[in-house]
Design a protein around this ligand. Sequence first.
Ligand code: SAJ
Length: 414
Amino acid sequence: MSFEVISVIGLGYIGLPTAAAFAARRKTVVGVDVNRATVDTINSGGVHIVEPDLDMVVRAAVTQGHLRATDKVEPADAFLIAVPTPFSTDHKPDLSYIEAASRAIAPVLKKGDLVVLESTSPVGTTEKIAAWLADMRPDLSFPQQAGEQSDIRVAHCPERVLPGHVIRELVENDRVIGGMTPRCGELARELYQVFVRGECILTDARTAELCKLTENSFRDVNIAFANELSLICDRLDVNVWELIKLANRHPRVNILQPGPGVGGHCIAVDPWFIVDSAPEQAKLIRVARIVNDAKPHWVIERVERAANRFREPLIACLGLAFKANIDDLRESPAVEITSELAERFPGRIVAVEPNISSLPAGLDGRIELCDLRTAMTEADVIVILVDHEQFKRIDPVLFQAKVVIDTRGVLAHR
Ligand code: SAJ
């Protein structure tokens, strides 16, 4: 089977780079997005997200005629679903985007097509997609009905790329591919091998779903351990950064770094999908989420204590992104902390974020975006929230005579 026309549904942080990767291999790629502005930007050779080298790859794909965006699903040989899977306020997964994408694909499906779910999803979602498709297309057979003889093949291949390194990791990382039947998996492997240089390992769909959730939960639990240590160290007057460095000299210990909390749209979300599916069993995973979610509040209290020593303190928050050297502010603990400080303190709060040029809606008008030099000169209290390269290079002398709350160990790691 050769896949000549590939449709990618959802042109966000994962869908767009994936579409561009197929296009770079001279496949005909049709990207689909409900956002008209996104479609127009891509068709003009631009990108609507910041990711190193993505602009170059997309521009080349569009200019050479291999990638085109549209807001309507068109017939293709393979369909990749890469839409968001957020959760509701009570931590229940919201599959509405996946269901909408599946129902949009259904009318154009033809015998022999492959449908792959890329979005990180709760266990059982791939089976749900097959059920939604079957519901809309009684004239076609699906794996849950016809097994290996089905007209349509369905598989899950979760994305695993690290924001900031997407273009490289997309090609180099191993992929776990879960077919609804072994043949579904094999076909999906054929598809991904078009651009993936890592190994494509086959399993069933449920294992692939849980595998992705497990990877991010593993990281969350390990960050929670580091964050809990930072609280213990504060209580016992021990330097947590030195402690971790020393403990990691043991050949079988590898503790991660504490921070102001866990941000982004993956690590802080995916563990809840496991908790939701197995609430009785997922005790450690749930507690890790609670520990990490509590960390921003702990930081706020410490800043409050420090600021109360001044009559009218100027507080400078260094960093707003959810982690170092990116411009992504989504689900950022740094934003949460800065916003809460603005709520609590009547005085001036400034933020330094070298990777953005204007403040997001929630912070605009409440705090000021300022340059590093001004912040370091004028502030009484400095709160380091992100370990951006620019902050690691600050002259230590500038921190003298300031109250510094260093949530990332920037000063300790010099
Ligand atoms: N963080 C810490 N301490 C650490 C490491 C991270 O506090 O030692 C914080 C970061 O500052 C950030 C958050 O955790 O706020 C998440 O950052 P991250 O670098 O751990 O992960 P993401 O969200 O950028 O990407 C993760 C990756 N998953 C794993 O490393 C297991 C990536 O490979 C996934 O593809 C991505 O989630 C995803 O899309 O699921």
